[in-house]
Design a protein around this ligand. Structure first.
Ligand SMILES: Cc1cc2nc3c(=O)[nH]c(=O)nc-3n(C[C@H](O)[C@H](O)[C@H](O)COP(=O)(O)O)c2cc1C
Length: 387
């Protein structure tokens, strides 16, 4: 219902505070995120509401998880509010309309973008009034596509490779999701041997896709991996080694947890599934902090878990996330939360005398470390290619 009604949601209005700052984040040489707040995977699984979601002020929207073949997921009820804990437990189990149907939606979305682009300079008077009243609709963020494997598939790599070939052309980045707790065996793919083989195979598929698309003119989308907060610190360290070796483009930290902190008080705490929202926040930030250190800040991290305010987002950015995402917070606070988070991050930056999000905020908690400021190097690289 929320997806169908998203078109009616209040659109983002540019904040006076944010306009004084540079909140653009540049990753992978030439991918530009207009602001660091994104929508996490699982909200728009079948890519049916991208435009209105972008209008809420997200710098990027991640659709999916998309599976190769359509599958219904687990029987309802499969999502539970833990209101007193500001948390959610879900056991959706990858309900997906499948790659063919999602591809049609993505095609439609890309077509609408092209139309918008071609009409940029020739806006009709009534469109100008519309844009004045709902300025957020003009915002066009980037699109991530999160990929999952079918429940009954015994060949996950094949699933992911086919998905990369079919949906990669529509994506600004792709995510290999090996961390949802509701697909039996999926999280086992995070053990280092399986993960290395799986990601290498996915990188090869990206390479093939790039060659098919004509190489330089249209390179393959960056490939990210999404991890679980239930990995131990030493497992995270081993995984970091693999990710550095593979030169993976990014890491999303984290998915939902199967842990049940003793602090939970809601009646629904006994439900099976992945827990998200406020109780996940600190572990998720800790995972970001650890991975940033283990990877020496060289691999971009997208931080997600329990964000519902600018302060929560700012904490994750400081801990080493280049971008952040929200999901459960939206359920409790509604779509106005995006503007609120952006405004509060801007406020915190101004309070701390910071002007440039990428240079002054991201990973700043690690300032003691000699490897600080990989972003600056990236910036330099970018300038060189620009020239
Ligand atoms: C109802 C629900 C469905 C989700 N579905 C997916 C999914 O399909 N794929 C995925 O990678 N993450 C999924 N997630 C995890 C979120 O993307 C996010 O990683 C997690 O909820 C932590 O963020 P939050 O505390 O802001 O919700 C889902 C989360 C929820 C609450």
């Amino acid at each position: 219902m929320a997806l169908n009604l998203a078109i009616l949601a209040p659109t983002h209005r540019p904040s006076a505070k944010e306009q004084q700052l540079n909140v653009v984040v540049r990753l992978w040489k030439d991918t530009i995120f207009l602001n660091p707040v994104g929508l996490a995977a699982g909200y728009d699984k079948d890519a049916t509401a991208i435009t209105p979601l972008m209008g809420m002020g997200f710098g990027f929207v991640e659709v999916g998880s998309v599976c190769l073949k359509a599958q219904p997921g687990n029987p309802s009820p499969r999502m539970f509010r833990l209101s007193e804990d500001e948390a959610i437990i879900n056991r959706y189990g990858f309900n997906s309309k499948g790659a063919d149907v999602v591809e049609e939606s993505l095609k439609e979305y890309r077509r609408s973008l092209n139309l918008l682009e071609s009409k940029k300079d020739t806006t009709e008077w009534w469109e100008q009034i519309y844009n004045f009243l709902w300025p957020g609709q003009q915002q066009i963020g980037l699109l991530g596509i999160n990929l999952g494997k079918n429940k009954t598939s015994t060949t996950p790599l094949e699933d992911y490779q086919k998905l990369i070939h079919q949906l990669g052309p529509y994506a600004d980045y792709l995510v290999i999701n090996v961390s949802s707790p509701n697909t039996p065996g999926l999280r086992d793919l995070q053990n280092t041997t399986s993960l290395e083989g799986l990601l290498r195979g996915c990188q090869e598929a990206c390479q093939e896709l790039a060659e098919k698309q004509g190489g330089k003119q249209q390179p393959a989308p960056p490939l990210l991996v999404k991890l679980s907060p239930d990995l131990t610190d030493s497992e995270l360290k081993d995984i970091a080694g693999v990710l550095i070796k593979l030169d993976i483009d990014g890491i999303i930290l984290t998915n939902t947890t199967t842990a049940r902190p003793t602090s939970l008080i809601s009646l629904n705490k006994g439900e099976t599934g992945g827990l998200s929202g406020q109780p996940l926040k600190d572990r998720s930030t800790e995972c970001i902090r650890l991975l940033y250190r283990y990877t020496e800040g060289k691999i971009p991290i997208i931080g997600v878990g329990g964000i519902s305010s600018g302060k929560d987002a700012y904490e994750k950015l400081r801990a080493g996330a280049s971008l952040v995402q929200v999901y459960s917070g939206m359920i409790y606070n509604g779509p106005g939360m995006v503007s609120k988070i952006r405004d509060e991050v801007a406020e915190l930056m101004l309070q701390n005398g910071q002007r440039d999000l990428q240079k002054d905020v991201i990973g700043i908690d690690h300032d003691d470390l000699f490897w600080k400021k990989p972003q600056q190097q990236q910036q330099q690289q970018y300038n060189i290619t620009e020239r």
